[in-house]
Design a protein around this ligand. Structure first.
Ligand code: ZN
Length: 186
């Protein structure tokens, strides 16, 4: 089962905290492979397991031509912040300025159960924060200013995908404004 349908905002799996991975087996390696394939097909710059309906603490990213994955992550964030547009594959075509820490250090495990540390600034730091949030049931619209969240909710209600469970039935054009997101959502 390589490419999976991506769940849209409104699906409860996206607002449910995901469970830690306890078994580093073939099933987990298949999940990582499915996430990478689904992310690249979208295309996107990151994808978390809940976005394909799997409530486990796993995510992948594809930033600066580097594909990575992380399991059971914890995050250390800089106090210094960055601004920039951010989008999400579970909110097709939305992009809003989303304040994030400028630097992030993520610690977790790879699919073989070995400890790994990933350090990122700017876009990678943004991806690590966006994906870790997904594992806690937090979505990027939760991070917006009140005014932007209001605009985002209006745009969501008027979107063609709202009310659809996933992209299995509809295929809206994913067009995220090409600013700091490089035109891609997470
Ligand atoms: Zn997302």
């Amino acid at each position: 089962m390589p490419i999976q349908p991506i769940r849209y905002f409104g699906d409860p799996v996206l607002t449910t905290p995901a469970s830690p991975v306890t078994t580093f087996d073939k099933e987990l390696r298949n999940l990582v492979a499915d996430l990478v394939e689904t992310m690249q097909d979208a295309p996107g710059a990151g994808l978390a397991a809940p976005q394909i309906g799997v409530s486990l603490r796993v995510f992948v990213w594809d930033v600066d031509d580097e594909v990575g994955h992380l399991i059971n992550p914890t995050l250390d964030l800089s106090e210094e912040m960055q601004d920039g547009d951010e989008g999400c594959l579970s909110f097709p075509s939305l992009a809003y300025n989303t304040p994030r820490a400028l630097r992030a250090v993520a610690k977790g495990f790879n699919m073989h159960g070995e400890p790994v540390t990933v350090e990122g600034t700017e876009f990678l730091a943004r991806a690590l924060q966006h994906e870790t949030d997904h594992l806690n049931g937090i979505l990027f619209i939760d991070k917006l200013s009140d005014a932007d969240r209001k605009l985002a909710m209006k745009e969501i209600r008027e979107s063609e995908w709202f009310g659809e469970a996933s992209n299995a039935g509809v295929s809206p054009r994913i067009k995220i404004s090409p600013h700091s997101t490089n035109g891609l959502g997470f």
